[in-house]
Design a protein around this ligand. Sequence first.
Ligand SMILES: C[S@@+](CC[C@H](N)C(=O)[O-])C[C@H]1O[C@@H](n2cnc3c(N)ncnc32)[C@H](O)[C@@H]1O
Length: 309
Amino acid sequence: MQISHASVLTAEVLEYLAVDSGEHLLIDATVGEGGHSFAFLERFPNLRVIGLDADPRILSRARERLAQFSDRASLVHTWFDRYFEREPGPVRPTRILFDLGVSSFHFKAAGGGFSFREDEPLDMRLNTEEEENAADLVNRLSEKELADVIYRYGEERYSRRIAAAIARQRSQSPIESAVALADLISRAVPGPYRRGRIHPATRTFQALRIAVNRELDRIEQAMHGAVSWLAPGGIIGVIAFHSLEDRIVKRAFREKSRACTCPPEMPICKCGGSAELELITRKPVFATETERERNAASRTARLRVARKC
Ligand SMILES: C[S@@+](CC[C@H](N)C(=O)[O-])C[C@H]1O[C@@H](n2cnc3c(N)ncnc32)[C@H](O)[C@@H]1O
């Protein structure tokens, strides 16, 4: 099997989430093609892994890749927020890993319209059982709603122009393909931006993907669920790829590492609260120069790690 995705920060994750002897369970909440899970199963023979992924296409690749560890690895097709919503089972995970976003597989081989370079239907659903895809969204939302989505989730400064161009185009015929949308965006933005460092459709595509899959809401919810699932002393690591994701992780970790939740104007603590997490990384960990050179996807990756008290 040809692997599409080079896992990021693998050495760092193996170090921060290393296990000692004894029984351990890692929940790899974003198993993807199984790169991180493979590295853990190979390094720690006493570790069992449960791998989750919303995308059945990539899960079957993980199944193939992890076949040699089938007695220690099981895979579940699910959204991670839904998984951690349930009551935990009798065996609590001692390690939980999130490697957020999508895999290179989605851009290169999934055929789901994730890449603005491919002539594919504009879909972008990770879980194809969900109803609304990116084309539905692009053709349904009002111009203002579209501009808001593109601005909020893509941090795109030309969001209004792009939304206006989409509205003009779809009044003639619906926008159905990824390249059609990318071409339209290229034509809508000013020349210098079109010739800039990144393709002018990059941010809009990120925004639509986040909206279609409700990525940010899911991260927020899953952070709470995952921490409650974790065994005492267990470790959670989260790799984020952009500031929208990282902000949610940072805030969740900070809130859970504060003992007292009384309002700041309260002179003495009345809540009697105790911290749920102890931060292991005060600042995010970034990829080394060598990894950044080798793997472009690692350049924006940042890892935060915390221990359950
Ligand atoms: C960056 S990739 C993971 C790569 C993997 N760690 C590896 O080393 O091969 C992220 C994966 O998370 C999945 N994913 C994203 N959001 C999800 C969610 N809310 N629930 C479950 N899976 C999700 C994507 O389908 C994708 O396969």
